[in-house]
Design a protein around this ligand. Structure first.
Ligand SMILES: C[S@@+](CC[C@H](N)C(=O)[O-])C[C@H]1O[C@@H](n2cnc3c(N)ncnc32)[C@H](O)[C@@H]1O
Ligand SMILES: [Zn+2]
Length: 293
């Protein structure tokens, strides 16, 4: 990862800028973080590593990768790519570097595809890509597949570990939010794209297999949380049916929070479901970072 991108990362201990020194990232106070063989960096402090919610487990992340690789969510990904391109190409090119961050990026599917889409289209921009997730396995798989993206392990609850006002474009897809941190790291006028499940997302499977429900009024809730630093600019639903194989059903359930809650009996039912139709229903919310007053 490029040195000028590394400098946008901040130290989780003292919040000063990091820089690459050999195979580690170091701050001016000499707090040091090893870059893993695969190329990601773990910026979670040891007390955070023992946190109650470690993010997605290894089997969850692997199920997510297998499922997303089947292409059922390509339509969502393409919608994000087009919106992102539309936003970024309007930015002054003097904006250097342009920073794109995916918070709760998982194994990197949406961010990886976004980079692939933007690379030939924003040739004259200098772009730094960051993928942040609290799951080490997610960062590991992301870094292994998507070169040129800086994947780091950190919890959005504790802080995003990027410089103030650095981010021109943020993705947050089915992942936790921290409104104060979103506001802090986003540049004035920057675009935040949040994807949440719409009511009815996976409804058929949810009913048949007793999966966890979607928080009622989630959309209104998210809007209210982001209201102080952001203006809602766009809102649309992306909904379509997909035909899943039995294995895809198992992977899909494995990558949801229901993974932690299903009984042995419920798992047996998931495994014996076989091919199924499912409705994918996403809400894409676009927020503009307010310009400081
Ligand atoms: C449902 S997955 C979505 C992943 C990815 N955005 C996607 O759509 O493929 C939620 C992700 O949020 C991550 N996550 C959970 N708690 C987190 C936290 N406190 N900070 C950062 N990431 C977190 C999980 O590890 C998981 O990868
Ligand atoms: Zn430090």
């Amino acid at each position: 990862v490029k040195a000028r991108c590394v400098a946008i990362l901040v130290c989780p201990v003292c919040r000063q800028s990091l820089r690459a020194v050999g195979r580690a990232l170091k701050c001016p106070q000499s707090h040091s973080f090893d870059v893993a063989r695969e190329g990601y960096v773990n910026l979670l402090l040891s007390r955070g590593r023992r946190a109650v919610i470690p993010g997605d487990s290894v089997p969850m992340v692997r199920a997510r990768r297998r499922f997303l690789d089947r292409g059922h969510t390509t339509r969502l990904s393409s919608a994000l790519n087009e919106r992102a391109h539309h936003h970024l190409r309007q930015l002054a090119q003097g904006h250097s570097p342009t920073v794109v961050a995916d918070i709760g990026c998982g194994e990197g599917y949406y961010l990886g595809r976004l980079k692939q889409y933007l690379d030939p289209r924003l040739e004259r921009h200098d772009v730094c890509y960051f993928g942040m997730d609290v799951s080490k396995e997610a960062a590991r798989l992301g870094a292994r597949r998507y070169r040129g993206i800086c994947f780091f392990v950190a919890s959005v609850r504790r802080g995003i570990l990027l410089q103030n006002g650095a981010v021109q474009l943020m993705l947050n897809v089915f992942a936790p939010r921290n409104p104060a941190e979103f506001g802090r790291v986003m540049a004035p006028g920057g675009l935040l794209m949040v994807v949440i499940p719409a009511p009815g997302h996976l409804a058929e499977l949810r009913g048949d297999l007793n999966l966890l429900g979607i928080e009622p009024n989630k959309r209104e809730h998210v809007k209210a949380l982001l209201e102080s630093d952001f203006v809602l600019e766009g809102e649309r639903e992306i909904a379509y049916q997909v035909a899943l194989t039995g294995e895809e059903v198992v992977d899909l359930v494995t990558m949801t929070p229901s993974f932690w809650h299903l009984s042995d009996r419920a798992w047996r039912e998931v495994r014996t479901t076989g091919p199924a139709q499912a409705g994918l229903r996403f809400v894409l919310l676009e927020f503009r970072r307010k310009t400081a007053v």
